[in-house]
Design a protein around this ligand. Structure first.
Ligand code: ZN
Length: 475
């Protein structure tokens, strides 16, 4: 019996405002425990919340980028529950009149585009953090009151792969908008998943489990894969799925039941009396819409048509806003888009990945990369030497020409120097020369490699190959 998976995702994005949602405390990660608190976010009696205008603006930017219709009348509600990380014993959230409704997000899975509906996006405040140590627990309220945008997808995601792409696409948009850091490990992007199985063609949804505690996109995908397999086994053995919350355990690679939904609390929502409802005019909404940047999917399409790049290359370049901007700055200086793209997606990506950093933190200006590419194209540097030089440039922040002069890296292209090099390679490797002469074409590449090594990467590999072949064939 085959089943169809139905997945819905609830994402909490921490909005990166300087201060918290309803008070003036700084919203920073990693400050000493409880140093960023005040009577409002600690829930002292008589303190009054005031909405942070930036939090509203960031929420609106995200909602509009997700094609949601922003509601002209919206209000806050109290979601009541008792937990030590929640000093007021209620969370300020939005219930029946959220900020925005009915949008969508486009994803691409194996070349096919698919739209996934967004049911709603609403503003709320974060809770504090509990730190469990042996024999006792501690609480840090620095995070209490930090603004969140909750984004709820429709149950229109049909595989763990699609869920992964949904999150990747959402992250790219939020980062382009500069409204969220989207660092799942630091908790600035969190995701819960509702997952159920149903028989193909069935209209009704099956009974769902809610998955929590996934700290990376990969963890979301792994947890969904595990949970779908578990539910299938339960159904196939004649059992039934319990509606429950399950926690993903990264170490064991399993989900485990946390609490059943029958015991789930009733939140007794009611309107927040301390915050007036807010009314947004069409004009205000349009001003925000006009201020939206070019978003990753539109930018990718533009790169494909404007620079004649393929979808894969354009996808890499637009995966980060800073990368896309760096690419366009380079093309502005030197209109060889494909060559620049190859350098960015190849050697440069290798460098910032292996340094575990990002392009904006590197000491590389667009003109420096363009100059390096020109030096290779003019035959001054071999590709190999240029890659090594790029690494040096990133270490020192110095331009290529300065380093070339200092290190004497100019490519060896003159015939006399090459001849001397090849004399030595041929004399040192009689076995490979014999192999080549007896018809083993691979031996030539080995000899070219030896010549490159001997020249410390400075020989021009194309010339070496041509000269070697000529010499061996005439020998
Ligand atoms: Zn505060």
């Amino acid at each position: 019996m085959e089943y169809e998976a139905v997945i819905g995702l609830e994402v909490h994005a921490q909005l990166k405002t300087r201060s918290k949602a309803f008070c003036g405390c700084m919203a920073e990660f990693g400050a000493p425990a409880n140093s960023l608190t005040c009577p409002v976010c600690l829930g002292f009696p008589g303190s009054l919340p005031v909405l942070n205008e930036k939090a509203l603006e960031y929420g609106l930017r995200a909602a509009l980028a997700l094609h949601c219709s922003v509601q002209s009348f919206s209000k806050f509600d109290r979601k009541n529950y008792f937990y030590p990380d929640l000093p007021k014993n209620y969370q300020i959230s939005q219930y029946d009149l959220p900020l925005a409704l009915g949008g969508f997000l486009e994803i691409e899975v194996s070349g096919a585009k698919k739209r996934i509906g967004i049911i709603r996006a609403h503003l709320e405040e974060d809770a504090g953090k509990l730190i469990h140590e042996e024999g006792h627990s501690l609480v840090d309220y620095n995070r209490a009151g930090v603004p969140l945008l909750e984004i709820v997808s429709a149950p229109e995601i049909y595989s763990p792969e699609q869920a992964y792409e949904y999150l990747a696409s959402l992250k790219a948009i939020l980062k382009y908008l500069e409204v969220c850091d989207c660092d799942m490990e630091k908790g600035s992007l969190r995701c819960d998943a509702n997952v159920s199985l149903r028989k193909p063609g069935a209209k009704e949804l099956g009974i769902k489990a809610e998955l929590k505690n996934m700290n990376s996109f990969k963890a979301v995908r792994d947890a969904l894969n595990y949970e779908l397999k578990r539910q299938k086994e339960v159904l196939e053995s004649g059992g039934s799925i319990r509606q429950e919350t399950r926690l993903w355990d990264e170490v064991s690679g399993k989900t485990q039941a946390m609490r059943s939904k029958e015991e789930a609390m009733d939140y007794r929502y009611f309107p927040e009396p301390d915050l007036p409802p807010f009314v947004l005019s069409d004009e205000e909404i349009e001003t925000i819409r006009e201020g939206l940047p070019e978003l990753p999917q539109a930018l990718k399409q533009r790169f494909i048509s404007q620079y004649e790049l393929n979808s894969y290359d354009a996808g890499i370049l637009t995966s980060e806003k800073a990368l896309a901007e760096f690419f366009e700055a380079c093309v502005g200086l030197y209109p060889r888009a494909k060559a620049i793209c190859n350098w960015i997606s190849g050697p440069l990506s290798y460098e910032f990945n292996s340094r575990n950093t990002r392009i904006e933190s590197l000491k590389l200006k667009p003109e420096m990369l363009v100059r390096l590419i020109k030096l290779v194209e003019q035959g001054v540097l071999s590709n190999l030497a240029a890659k090594a030089l790029l690494s040096e440039m990133l270490n020192s922040g110095r331009p290529a020409d300065e380093l070339i002069k200092e290190k004497d890296l100019t490519q060896v292209s003159d015939t006399k120097a090459l001849d001397e090099l090849l004399d030595k390679v041929i004399a040192d490797n009689p076995g490979s020369v014999m192999d080549y002469n007896s018809g083993k074409a691979n031996a030539l590449m080995f000899l070219v490699g030896q010549a490159m090594r001997l020249s410390k990467g400075k020989a021009n590999p194309k010339l070496v190959q041509e000269a070697l072949r000529r010499r061996l064939n005439n020998a």
